[in-house]
Design a protein around this ligand. Structure first.
Ligand code: ZN
Length: 438
């Protein structure tokens, strides 16, 4: 609340300062705008107007909610900076138009402090939009446009060329009796702003033309829901063009299966591919994905284990969780990395364990280990897992099925058993056979 003008304000009769003349630099030229300040019971607006406005013609209009990050610091995480610049550029081209800047509407009406809190919650707790605003006890969009209508009426504007993708704004202004024409204004998606803009499209009344992570994931999830052995990968170049869609059955070597079929032509756009997967990748697969220019891997899960984030970071790949509205109908447990022995990675899912051999001599190492497996020490644990599947290829692996029951208080069907088993058997074996460790 600004005390000096308290005396003259009421809800509908604003305190007004101006007009003032201000040359604004837009692109390489300067344009003489007229600015006015409006204040309604502490709600503040700045209006920048170019040219004569009359009630007979469509006036290009941008209603801009304040965004400290985007407008002042040029944040690439949202589209606010782009939209304001683009709107001013279009107004300059029309030689006419208006920006109504809502000074107090940072974070869709919650203010700058809340905007910081929202970023903290997103970055540290990974909350989605609904959860965030619930936590703040606020509606997702706390803005109202009553005073925008008042301001437009004070200029005697009747027809508007609205630069916006927001359905609420359109509906509100139409209800208020303005004649509208719409000119969409959409920032190009990039890896920084993608999550923010997609959340806006998924959670708020924004009409953007692009598909969101949810859209891309939904279609591939439907192909595998209920079938744990099938996996689908979809690779998108840039943000739109599908360069690969592949469903594999009964194989766990998704990355090598699909990437060897890609030609350099498919991969024209070098380092900007997004990979959508129905399941967690293995850690050794991240290198293959990196080699085909993957910058981001999007997964339909809310919780992503740290081993996956850590390994992806080594390859400069962003792991994007997108569990949100993309739940599987039938629960879909994932292979979880239990142990990384450098040349052998151990994954567990339910009562099954898979040992993947990577690097040089991987097939030889696997055969060597399976040979030794026959002589495993089963006395300590009472029983040993049975080999149920062997895969020989680029990254060979074998699968163990835990026996039923328990020994020494540990259920066979638990990761603890697998660790005990490895400790008593495989680790001992590695020490006895040092050539495996090379
Ligand atoms: Zn912003």
């Amino acid at each position: 609340m600004i005390n000096s003008i308290n005396s003259i304000e009421t809800q509908r009769v604003p305190a007004i300062r101006g007009p003032i003349k201000l040359p604004l630099k837009i692109g390489n030229s300067t344009h003489n705008f007229e600015l006015k300040y409006f204040e309604y019971s502490g709600e503040r607006y700045a209006v920048a107007c170019l040219g004569e406005v009359s009630q007979d013609e469509y006036i290009p209009l941008r209603i801009e909610s304040a965004c400290l990050f985007g407008h002042v610091f040029n944040s690439d995480k949202c589209d606010c900076g782009f939209q304001l610049k683009e709107a001013l550029k279009r107004i300059a081209e029309h030689k006419k138009g208006m920006v109504i800047y809502a000074i107090d509407q940072d974070a869709r009406g919650l203010g700058i402090e809340s905007h910081f809190r929202i970023y903290v919650m997103r970055q540290h707790e990974n909350l989605d939009t609904d959860e965030l605003y619930n936590r703040l006890g606020s509606p997702v969009d706390a803005r109202n446009y009553e005073h925008v209508a008042d301001i437009l009426q004070s200029y005697n504007i009747k027809k508007i060329l609205l630069m916006s993708n927001n359905r609420h704004r359109r509906e509100f202004l139409t209800e208020k009796g303005f004649q509208l024409e719409i000119e969409p204004i959409e920032a190009p998606l990039n890896f920084n702003n993608m999550a923010t803009l997609m959340l806006e499209k998924e959670d708020l009344p924004y009409d953007f033309h692009f598909k969101t992570h949810s859209d891309w994931l939904k279609s591939i999830q439907e192909e595998v829901d209920g079938d744990l052995n099938a996996t689908v990968i979809q690779i998108i170049s840039g943000t739109e063009e599908v360069i690969l869609h592949s469903k594999v059955l009964e194989t766990w070597n998704l990355a090598s299966e699909v990437t060897k079929n890609l030609t350099n032509n498919d991969l024209k756009s070098n380092d900007s591919n997004i990979i959508y997967l129905t399941d967690f990748p293995r850690i050794d697969e991240l290198e293959s994905y990196s080699a085909i220019g993957a910058k981001m891997i999007v997964l339909p899960f809310s919780e992503i284990p740290s081993w996956l984030y850590n390994e992806a970071e080594k390859h400069k790949i962003i792991i994007q969780d997108w569990g949100r509205k993309n739940k599987y109908v039938i629960e879909r447990p994932q292979w979880n990395l239990l142990k990384d022995y450098q040349f052998m990675h151990v994954y567990v899912r339910g009562d099954k364990t898979r040992c993947v051999f990577v690097g040089e001599n991987s097939n030889q190492n696997m055969n060597y280990l399976m040979e030794g497996y026959k002589n495993l020490n089963t006395i300590l644990l009472g029983s040993s897992p049975e080999i149920t599947h062997i895969f020989e290829g680029d990254c060979p692996w074998f699968e163990l099925q835990q026996p039923i029951g328990k020994a020494n208080g540990i259920s066979y069907n638990s990761p603890d058993f697998v660790l005990e088993f490895l400790k008593y058997n495989l680790e001992e074996y590695f020490v006895l056979c040092p050539k495996l460790n090379k």
